[in-house]
Design a protein around this ligand. Structure first.
Ligand code: MOS
Length: 762
C-alpha cells in the first residue's frame, strides 16, 4: 500500500479515546474508545450510510427447497410507484461463470452458492430476485408482488433422517484439521475396562442473531468506482469476492466496515445481500443499499445439526482407559462445510487409546457456517457431558476425575503445550465457586419447589495466529496513526490495538488512533477464530517497535544528543518522551525530536508472519474451567442458571475489561445454547419455521443471573510476541456442558441433547 492510504481516512471516523485519558497499560481495564460513539449513535453501520439518490433493494426468496425456476411474473411489482427494476438471473449484469472466481477467502471445499446465477433452486429461502425502488418501503411492498413459478424436485432435510449415509469431508478449509489417526485400540480398551459409558448426543440448528442485520450500501462514483459499506468480518474478503465475481480490479472497489454490530462468524463469508447490491449498482449505475430482514437472516448458514457418540472407559481408580468420539454433521449439497468437532477430545485428557471420527451428510439446504467456537461448542459439549457421566460410574467428584486424567502433554501427538494453565483454572474457578461444598450424590438438594445442582466442565479452543500487516505513522504534533484492515465486531479491537500502540510508544491513549475497517489498509485476516489480538496486535506492536528504532536513530543524529553512546536497549519510550532508562526523566519529547530532526511524519510498516517452525513444536490452545449452579423447577422442568464462574487461561490479557466482556457475553450465549436456541425445520417444506426473535428464543436479561469471569496468569510467547493468545470463543465452550451436568446433579436426569427445554428436563 502506498503511504497515502495510511493517513486517516475521514469517512471511517476512527474513534479516539477522550482527552485526558492519559497513559494506559496493557493488562488493565481500559474503557472502549468507541463506547461513546456506539451508545450515542455516532457510530454508523452498513445500513446507515447514505448517498445521493440512493436506491433500495429488497430480496425475494425462494419458497421451495429444491428444483428450478420456470418463470417470473414481475408486472405487478414493476407497476408499483417508485419501483425501478426487478433483477433476476434473466436480466442481471454479467458475472463470471467459474466457481473459482466466486470463492471468498473462507469458502469450504465445493462450489459456492451463486446468487441470481441461474434457474436452479438449492435451498429454501435462496434469493431469486431483487426488487429495486426509490424507498425501502416501496421495494418491500413490490417484493411481495413478485410471482415465481417453480418446478419442484423432492428434497431431503433433517440430519437424523439421513444419518446412515455419512461421508468423509473433502477438501480443506482454513482452521480445519481432520481428526488424527487412532491411537492404540479404543474399542478393545473399552471392552476390557471396568467402568464405561456409551452415549449419544444431539445438538439442534442454531442461527446467528447479531443485533445488526446484514446490509450492504454500495456507493457508486461517477467514474464507476464502488465504495461498499458491508457488514462483514473482513473488508478485504468482501472486496476480493466482489472483484472476482464481477471482474472488477482492486482499484475499482473499496469495502469498508468501520463498525459491525456483532457477527459471531456469520460475517466470515460475504452474504448474498452484497453481490445483489453490487449487481443493482452496476446494472442501474446508481448507489444501492440492500438490507436483510430478520427473517432473511435465517436463509443463509447456521450452526449445523450434529449427532455424536462418545464411548469412554476408565479403571475403578478413575484412570481413563479409552476415548472414542465420533460426530456426524450436516452440510449442503454444494459445499462440504467442516469444523473441528472431535479433535479436542484427543487433546484434553491423558489416555492410551483414542479414536476420533468426523463425517458429513449432504442435505438440501444452505451450507452451514461458523458460529462462535464452531465445532467446540458442541464437540467439547459431548465430551464434557460424557466425562461427567463416567465420573459417576467411577464414583469420583467430576473435578477430581478430570484432575486425575490431566494431560501434561498432548496425548495424541506427544507435543508439549505452548502454555497450559488449565490446572490453575480448575483450582481458582473451584475456589471462587465454592465447589468443595458440593455433595457428590445427585438429587440431594432441594429449596422450595426447585432442585439445586452444581456442574462443571472444561473448555478448550485453539490459540491461532495468522498473518497481518500494520503501519504506524507518528506525526509532528505527536499523534500516532496505526492502521490495519482489521475488524471490530464489538470485541474491542479499536481499544486493544490503540492501547498496544500507545504503551509501546509511551503516548497518551488519546494521541493514538487505530484505524481499521477499510480494504485499502494494510492486509489483515478475517476477524475470526479469536485470533485478532495475537495476529493484528503483534503486527501493531512490531510496527511500533520499528518506529521506536527509527526515532532512536533520529535522536542519535541530533547535535548534542544525550544518546551519544546509548544503544537501543538503553532507551525507553514513556510519557511522550524518549529517554535513557538509567536516568529516568531526562531525554526529549517525541514532538521536540521530530521538530529538531525537521521531520513532519515518520512511518513504519510491519509484516507479522507466524513463526511456524517454532509454533509447530507445540500444541497451542486456550483453556477454561466452567462451574455453574442451576435450579430446576420440579413441576415445570424450567431451568434457571443462577451462578456461573468461568476461569480462563488465554495468555496475557491485553484489556481485562473487554476480555471479560467477551467471556461473559459468550457465557450468556452458552446459557442460550443450553436452554433456548434451536431453529426448527418443517421437513415437509424444507424450511426453518421459527425464523424470528419471538419464536427463536435467545437468552434475555431475565435468564441471566451471576456471571463471574476470572483470568488466570499465563504468558505465551510462542503463540504471540505479546504473550496473548485470544479471548472470545473460549467463553462459550463448556458452558452448556456444565449446565447439563448441573441439571443431572440437581435432578438425577441426564439430558443429552441441546437445547435442554422443559419437555426434556421433566
Ligand atoms: Mo468466529 S465463528 O471465528 O467469527
Amino acid at each position: 500500500m502506498s503511504s497515502a492510504t495510511t493517513a486517516l481516512i475521514p469517512e471511517l471516523r476512527t474513534p479516539v479515546a477522550d482527552a485526558g485519558t492519559g497513559y494506559v497499560k496493557t493488562g488493565t481495564a481500559v474503557p472502549r474508545v468507541d463506547g461513546r460513539d456506539k451508545v450515542t449513535g455516532a457510530a454508523r453501520y452498513a445500513a446507515e450510510i447514505s448517498a445521493d439518490d440512493l436506491l433500495h433493494g429488497v430480496v425475494v426468496n425462494s419458497t421451495v427447497t429444491r428444483g428450478r425456476i420456470v418463470s417470473f411474473d414481475t408486472s405487478a411489482a414493476m407497476a408499483q410507484p417508485g419501483v425501478v427494476d426487478v433483477i433476476t438471473y434473466l436480466n442481471r449484469p454479467k458475472m463470471r461463470s467459474y466457481d473459482l472466481f466466486y470463492k471468498d477467502m473462507t469458502a469450504p471445499a465445493g462450489a459456492p452458492f451463486r446468487p441470481l446465477y441461474d434457474e436452479q433452486i438449492v435451498s429454501n429461502g435462496q434469493p431469486v430476485a431483487l426488487v429495486v425502488a426509490g424507498t425501502f418501503e416501496a421495494a418491500r411492498h413490490a417484493a411481495a408482488l413478485v410471482k415465481v413459478r417453480y418446478e419442484i424436485t423432492p428434497h431431503e432435510t433433517g440430519l437424523l433422517n439421513y444419518l446412515s449415509r455419512p461421508h468423509k469431508p473433502q477438501g480443506l478449509k482454513a482452521g480445519f484439521t481432520p481428526p488424527p489417526d487412532e491411537k492404540g485400540n479404543a474399542a478393545r480398551a473399552w471392552q476390557d475396562a471396568d467402568c464405561k459409558i456409551d452415549a449419544q448426543y444431539f445438538s439442534g440448528v442454531e442461527h446467528h442473531n447479531p443485533m445488526e442485520l446484514f446490509a450492504s450500501t454500495v456507493i457508486r462514483a461517477a467514474d464507476g468506482h464502488l465504495t461498499i459499506y458491508d457488514k462483514t468480518q473482513s473488508s478485504q474478503n468482501s472486496r476480493w469476492y466482489v472483484s472476482r465475481v464481477f471482474g472488477l480490479s482492486k482499484a475499482e472497489v473499496t469495502v469498508r466496515n468501520p463498525y459491525v454490530g456483532g457477527a459471531f462468524g456469520a460475517g466470515l463469508r460475504p452474504q448474498y445481500q452484497l453481490p445483489l447490491a453490487v449487481m443493482a449498482a452496476i446494472k442501474l449505475r446508481r448507489s444501492v443499499r440492500v438490507v436483510m430482514t430478520r427473517q432473511q437472516m435465517f436463509t443463509f448458514g447456521h450452526r449445523p445439526e450434529t449427532w455424536q457418540r462418545v464411548k469412554l472407559a476408565a479403571s475403578r481408580d478413575g484412570v481413563l482407559r479409552s476415548i472414542a468420539h465420533e460426530a456426524v454433521a450436516e452440510t449442503s449439497r454444494f459445499e462440504d462445510y467442516v469444523e473441528v468437532v472431535v479433535n479436542w477430545s484427543g487433546q484434553l485428557y491423558a489416555c492410551e487409546h483414542i479414536r476420533l471420527a468426523y463425517q458429513l451428510v449432504d442435505l438440501d439446504q444452505f451450507t452451514p457456517m461458523d458460529m462462535r467456537a464452531p465445532g467446540a461448542a458442541h464437540g467439547v459439549h459431548a465430551l464434557e457431558v460424557a466425562m461427567d457421566e463416567l465420573s459417576y460410574e467411577v464414583g469420583m467428584d467430576p473435578l477430581a476425575f478430570r484432575l486425575k486424567n490431566y494431560a501434561e502433554i498432548n496425548p495424541v501427538d506427544g507435543l508439549p503445550y505452548s502454555t497450559k494453565e488449565l490446572r490453575a483454572c480448575y483450582a481458582q474457578g473451584a475456589e471462587r465457586f465454592g465447589w468443595s461444598r458440593r455433595p457428590l450424590a445427585p438429587r440431594s438438594r432441594r429449596e422450595g419447589t426447585e432442585w439445586v445442582g452444581w456442574g462443571m466442565a472444561t473448555g478448550i479452543w485453539d490459540a491461532m495466529q495468522m498473518f497481518a500487516r500494520a503501519s504506524a505513522v507518528l506525526h509532528a504534533d505527536g499523534r500516532l496513526v496505526v492502521s490495519s484492515a482489521a475488524t471490530d465486531i464489538g470485541t474491542g479491537t479499536y481499544t486493544v490495538m490503540a492501547t498496544i500502540a500507545a504503551e509501546e510508544l509511551g503516548l497518551p491513549l488519546e494521541h493514538v488512533a487505530f484505524q481499521l475497517g477499510d480494504s485499502t489498509l494494510p492486509v489483515a485476516p478475517v476477524e475470526g477464530g479469536s485470533s485478532h489480538v495475537a495476529t493484528v496486535g503483534s503486527a501493531v506492536q512490531g510496527a511500533c517497535e520499528k518506529l521506536k528504532k527509527n526515532l532512536f536513530k533520529l535522536a542519535r543524529q541530533l547535535p548534542d544528543t544525550p544518546f551519544d553512546n546509548a544503544r537501543f536497549a538503553d532507551v525507553e519510550f514513556a510519557e511522550g518522551r524518549i529517554r535513557l532508562r538509567r536516568e529516568h526523566g531526562t531525554g526529549m519529547a517525541l514532538v521536540e525530536l521530530l521538530k529538531a530532526a525537521e521531520v513532519t511524519r515518520i512511518e513504519e510498516k510491519y509484516l507479522l508472519l507466524p513463526n511456524m517452525l517454532k509454533q509447530r513444536k507445540y500444541t497451542r490452545a486456550v483453556h477454561s474451567a466452567v462451574f455453574c449452579e442451576v435450579r430446576v423447577d420440579e413441576e415445570f422442568g424450567t431451568v434457571r442458571v443462577t451462578r456461573v464462574v468461568s476461569a480462563v487461561a488465554a495468555g496475557r490479557i491485553i484489556n481485562t475489561r473487554t476480555a471479560a466482556s467477551q467471556v461473559s457475553g459468550a457465557v450468556v450465549w452458552g446459557i442460550s445454547q443450553a436452554l433456548h436456541e434451536e431453529t426448527h425445520m418443517d421437513h415437509a417444506l424444507g424450511r426453518f419455521m421459527n425464523h424470528n426473535l419471538s419464536e427463536y428464543h435467545v437468552a434475555v436479561n431475565a435468564d441471566i443471573h451471576d456471571i463471574d469471569v476470572l483470568f488466570v496468569q499465563e504468558d505465551d510467547r510462542i503463540v504471540s510476541r505479546l504473550g496473548a493468545k485470544g479471548v472470545g470463543e473460549i467463553g462459550i465452550v463448556g458452558v452448556a456442558a456444565a449446565i447439563s451436568n448441573a441439571i443431572y446433579h440437581a435432578t438425577g436426569k441426564r439430558v443429552r441433547s441441546t437445547p435442554m427445554t422443559p419437555d426434556k428436563v421433566m
